[in-house]
Ligand binder design. Structure first.
Ligand code: ADP
Ligand code: MG
Length: 144
């Protein structure tokens, strides 16, 4: 499925809609370059599951946990991970195979660690369509 957004609010709203319908154990691999909107999507998603505290890229912690919503949210950012052993150290499998929800920014850097049921969300710009245009490709079993 392809969704086009023309400003950050629309990407936020898409995340929110998917968050509202998210079900236990879902894992989302968020792909795309720096500044495409992975965190914006995540912020909408978080609100969709009922998290009102601010959500930012967990750049220095690998994973940030939010327990305020109707399901636990585990927000990862793999951008600074050099080696898969760093993920083993934090016990990523506990999260990936939990009944909570995982959103993984830069998941494409470690595609091999994702389970079969992963939902892939790839965001890209197309500058000829405007600075705020984003093409969002959603692959996998997701309710909208
Ligand atoms: P990432 O986490 O992918 O590095 P961020 O979500 O932190 O990116 O930042 C995306 C930036 O792009 C924000 O400043 C946001 O306002 C801007 N932006 C402009 N248009 C869009 C859009 N259509 N969707 C998402 N973000 C957008
Ligand atoms: Mg980010």
């Amino acid at each position: 499925m392809v969704v086009e957004t023309f400003n950050s609010k629309q990407t936020f709203e898409l995340g929110k809609k998917i968050g509202e319908k998210a079900s236990p154990g879902q894992i989302f691999c968020l792909e795309g370059d720096l500044g495409v909107g992975k965190t914006v999507f995540t912020q909408g998603f978080a609100l969709g599951i009922g998290i009102s505290e601010p959500v930012n890229s967990p750049t220095f912690t690998i994973v940030q946990e939010y327990d305020e919503g109707r399901l636990p949210l585990y927000h990862f950012d793999l951008y600074r991970i050099a080696d898969i052993s760093e993920l083993d150290e934090i016990g990523y499998e506990e999260y990936f195979y939990s009944d909570g929800l995982c959103l993984v920014e830069w998941g494409n850097l470690f595609r091999e660690i994702f389970p079969e049921h992963t939902i892939r969300i790839s965001i890209s710009k197309e500058l000829e369509k405007g600075f705020d245009y984003r093409k969002i490709i959603i692959e996998g079993n997701v309710d909208l």
